[in-house]
Design a protein around this ligand. Sequence first.
Ligand code: TRP
Length: 350
Amino acid sequence: MTPTTATLTTNPAPAGAGGGPAGARGIRRLTGLKPTGHLHLGNLLGAIRPIVGTQYRAETIVFLADLHALTVPHEPARVRALTLEQATLMLATGLDPDRSLLYVQSQLPQHTELHYLLECTTGYGEAHRMIQFREKSTAEQQVRLSLLSYPVLMAADILLHDTDEVPVGNDQNQHLELARAVAGRFNAQYGQTFTMPRAALPEVSPRVMDLSDPARKMGKTGSSDAGTIFLLDPPEVIRRKVQRAVTDPGRTVGYDPRRRPGVANLLEILAACVGGSPTGLAADYRSYAQLKGAVVEAVEGLLRPIRLRHTELARDPGYVRRVLADGAERAREGAEDTVYRAKRAIGLLC
Ligand code: TRP
């Protein structure tokens, strides 16, 4: 598929899809984006495109996880700016606000309300075992208490909406397992309250690696700006980053992720942008220079419409804010219902 417009969706809405009475509803998918950095190509291909691309087949909820951004040292103005930027980019990639829900986590107070109830259902040891907590807490001098309870808030995010599927990468799988354990325990102890969520691996999920260090995932903490293509990078920056991508010794273009990870990464990116398989595409190029030229063009072809749409939307931040406020408002009734059920079940007077 060579995208020519800013939309990543390929399927028209089936008649009568979405909405509907509980029980008769379709699969509900939810994802959270944490406003701690600029969105990059890895986010687009691995998370955003799969969820936006299926929004007419599944009920889709996307929220900006701003509360999660406060679990590590943060700058208030930056969190606020990134929240708006990421929301604007979600719209720019084709998330349809009439069809899907898009809102900011802190604008739906039921997240924090449910978080507390789930903290009363989670063991200290359970939270303490989380790999991400262990990694991040050794890197920080002052560890925030919220970093420990981060996965409990994530469980609340998921269970609040009776979510069926959560598209997760490897790094979030353990957190999803915790959410499942907490839901199971709550239901067993207090009666059926929560829908049991499951992990959904995106149908095609290329692992996009850092261009200057193909052993690292693109955009992770510690990966370089030079090796990360941000969605809002101007064309000349994209070109420079791709031209400087590390390749491997060898003269012919071939797909061998283990021995030639740099070239394999370029082929995977190309395949994700234009379709086809990395192995099949490899045969089309005689030199690394030729391959890089094709990658520049393909990535620019994918990002240009998103960038243009973003520029348009960013001219009217009032519009984006209204979409977000409307999203929170539409999410409220269902969220209140879940919190009510949980409060009653756990023994609170309501
Ligand atoms: N923890 C996720 C991340 O770091 C963001 C997130 C927060 C999330 N709550 C969620 C993702 C609920 C999926 C579902 O990327």
